[in-house]
Design a protein around this ligand. Structure first.
Ligand SMILES: Nc1ncnc2c1ncn2[C@@H]1O[C@H](COP(=O)(O)OP(=O)(O)OP(=O)(O)O)[C@@H](O)[C@H]1O
Length: 266
């Protein structure tokens, strides 16, 4: 059975430009797929199309089946039922998901109340648990804070807690560590890795960085100019890239690794 089945997805702008072109991919329950490609290759639009969240004026054609629901052409009501339950997303910039004027605890309480029907003391406990789970210190203080009162790394953990609150079957992570300080990137990746493993969730992990994708997923799809150019295990892609473009990605990841190696050895 497939959890996410994308067939011939094409995303166009109102003036007819094709930004994602005939893309197909699938993710089985519990499976992890990485999507890599340079900036502008259509990775983010693909993830937005999966949740029916494309920007105003853009249209999707083809088929996106998520947990058995056809997303392309679905009503907003239908989409609300799917978002959070079947798939939830963590964006590159945590403030995208957070309301700057609402305390963190209330923001996490929202999906917990809606999806799991929790209220009162049970809701309060669930909020604290959600914050503890993403290893935030002093969950009580964080719950009372506004997003600007906590660090960027802590905000991304809060965004992750919100995405996980409804226990989705698929976690979509779109460059979740790119906006973070290098020092906290590895911790965030390890946290995602652990939490999805415990919950047996599937992951669609988007990054321009092959080295980052390799830390979280076993299989990857390479995108260029809105198209899938190659797909395989991360191992195959690194050892024997078939396409010239993939070779360039692998070479630049290697260059970065070797540039960093002497420093990490210090
Ligand atoms: N709202 C929009 N209106 C018009 N064009 C857009 C819009 N959003 C994205 N695009 C264009 O669509 C193409 C794909 O963008 P997308 O954000 O999916 O790329 P990406 O691979 O995720 O890149 P990045 O890593 O920089 O986010 C790019 O050429 C981008 O300029």
């Amino acid at each position: 059975m497939t959890l996410l089945d994308v067939r011939g997805l094409t995303v166009r702008t109102a003036d007819g430009r094709t930004l994602v072109d005939d893309l197909s991919l699938s993710v089985a329950p519990g499976e992890r797929l990485g999507v890599i490609g340079e900036s502008g290759s259509g990775k983010s639009l693909t993830t937005l199309a999966v949740l029916g969240l494309l920007p105003e004026g853009m249209t999707a054609t083809g088929s996106v089946e998520l947990g058995g629901t056809q997303i392309v052409g679905a009503s907003e009501k239908r989409l609300t039922g799917v978002r959070g339950r079947d798939a939830a997303i963590v964006f590159q910039e945590p403030l995208t998901a957070l309301d700057p004027l609402m305390r963190v605890g209330r923001q996490i309480a929202g999906p917990l109340r809606q999806r799991r029907g929790l209220t009162g003391g049970a809701l309060k406990r669930a909020v604290a648990e959600a914050l503890e789970q993403v290893r935030l210190p002093e969950p009580g203080r964080i719950a009372r804070a506004f997003p600007h009162e906590i660090s960027g790394g802590q905000r991304q953990r809060v965004a992750l807690a919100m995405a996980l609150a409804c226990e989705p079957k698929l976690l979509i992570a779109d460059e979740p560590t790119t906006a973070l300080d290098v020092s906290v990137q590895a911790d965030m990746l390890a946290l995602i890795d652990t939490l999805v493993r415990i919950r047996e969730m599937a992951v669609l992990f988007v990054s321009h960085d092959l080295a980052v994708v390799a830390k979280v997923t076993d299989r990857a799809l390479v995108m260029k100019d809105g198209r899938a150019v190659e797909e395989g295990t991360v191992d195959e892609i690194v050892r024997a890239p078939r396409e010239e473009y993939t070779r360039t990605l692998v070479a630049s990841a290697r260059k970065l690794e070797s540039a960093l190696a002497p420093r990490s050895a210090r």
